[in-house]
Design a protein around this ligand. Structure first.
Ligand SMILES: *Cc1c(COP(=O)(O)O)cnc(C)c1O
Length: 373
């Protein structure tokens, strides 16, 4: 089935007890045993399994073409579930422009885990190959990346990881399975912050890890979810599943709006540079076109001529865009990324990152025109 159909139907069923078309929210923590002491309906306790969580996991696995999915209380809990599967002495490769929250997990949460973590340019396959050591067990990539929208060669990373007997993971949050399915390029696992486009309405925090095949990392992550307890609530799962119904519609509109605005911004005299994989001037535009189908996503960033003050000045004048962190909702957001990332940030001080919503692109352009005037 096509993704539009899966987004509506996957994992869903008419409620057998009542015939309800919209799924009930199973707030229960516990489930009845049969007289024989067994669990005839398959559920025992909601940390281990819950109907709303199962529905969401089945749906996400179907969208991504994955064997299985595990959902977590946040995107970073999904990351933590992956990294905790590594062993002391293991060597882990991450992109040098890794999403800053993920960098904090690796460097601060796992500070004492005796992992050998290395940050390299993931867009340069020769550099990745050269960085591989006999004990390399994890190669992490993010495409498009946050906030510079860099594009990584997914098939290339998958091949290097396979040869090294390491597991490859792609953070696909910016692209969503509507535009890009990393497992189809041989990547082992995909991670998303479902907080963003997947749930799509800025009202629920969550994450998912999806696998193409059975492997030890995924099994350890499963234990971290079920026994470690890094679970989303039934209501969180329900909200996310509900958001996914419109995912293909939203993402296509957001991508069309973003492409239009990226083109507009690149002709504006006050804009120094626009980072958007859909622009022919993007250094990896052709690779992005091969890996992403039907659009380049709703995220873009641009450099305002001048510095921090000029960039902040533009953000301050916007009225339709909201100044806030996060992304992927129906409403457009903008933020001065270096401020969020703190004093160690390498993000240029004149960069603004925008998450483009589903509003009229004319209104969004008029808002930017006014702010840049
Ligand atoms: C937001 C985000 C995350 C973290 O997810 P949370 O749900 O905020 O924990 C990870 N990767 C990317 C690319 C993100 O944008």
């Amino acid at each position: 089935m096509k993704i539009e159909t899966l987004a509506v139907h996957a994992g869903r069923q008419i409620d057998p007890a009542t015939g309800a078309v919209a799924a009930p929210i199973h707030l229960t923590t516990t489930f009845e045993r049969g007289a024989d002491g067994k669990y005839p309906r398959g559920f025992s306790y909601s940390r281990e399994e819950n109907p709303n969580r199962n529905t969401l996991e089945k749906c996400l696995a179907a969208l991504e073409g994955a064997k299985e999915a595990l959902v977590f209380a946040s995107g970073l809990a999904a990351v933590t579930a992956s990294v905790q599967a590594m062993e002391p002495g293991d060597h882990l490769l991450f992109p040098d422009d890794l999403y800053y929250g993920l960098r904090k997990v690796v460097l601060e949460v796992f500070q004492k885990a005796q992992l050998q973590t290395e940050f390299i340019d993931m867009t340069d396959l020769d550099a990745v190959q050269a960085a591989v050591r006999p004990n390399t067990r994890l190669i992490w990539c993010e495409s498009p990346s946050n906030p510079m929208l860099r594009i990584t060669d997914l098939a290339g990373i998958a091949a290097i990881a396979r040869k090294a007997n390491a597991i490859s993971v792609c953070d696909g949050t910016f692209a969503t399975p509507v535009l890009q399915r990393p497992l189809d390029f041989g990547i082992d696992l995909v991670m998303h912050s479902t907080t963003k486009f997947l749930s799509g309405h800025s009202d629920v925090v969550g994450g998912v890890l999806l696998t193409r095949h059975d492997n030890y990392l995924f099994e350890r992550a499963r234990k971290f979810q079920k026994y470690g307890g890094a679970i989303p609530s039934p209501f969180d799962c329900w909200l996310t599943r509900r958001g996914i119904d419109t995912l293909p519609l939203r993402v296509r509109q957001q991508s069309a709006n973003a492409l239009h605005l990226a083109r507009f911004l690149s002709t504006h005299p006050r804009v120094e540079q626009v980072n958007y994989p859909g622009l022919a001037v993007h250094p990896r535009h052709e690779l992005a076109a091969e890996q992403m189908a039907g659009g380049f996503g709703g995220m873009l960033s641009f450099h305002v001529k001048g510095g921090r003050a000029e960039a902040m000045g533009v953000a301050a004048k916007l009225k339709v865009f909201t100044r806030a962190t996060s992304l992927g909702g129906t409403h457009s957001l903008i933020e001065h990324r270096a401020s969020v990332e703190g004093p160690k940030s390498k993000t240029p001080q004149n960069l603004l990152r925008a998450s483009i919503g589903i509003e009229s692109v004319e209104d969004l352009q008029a808002d930017l025109e006014r702010a840049l005037a």
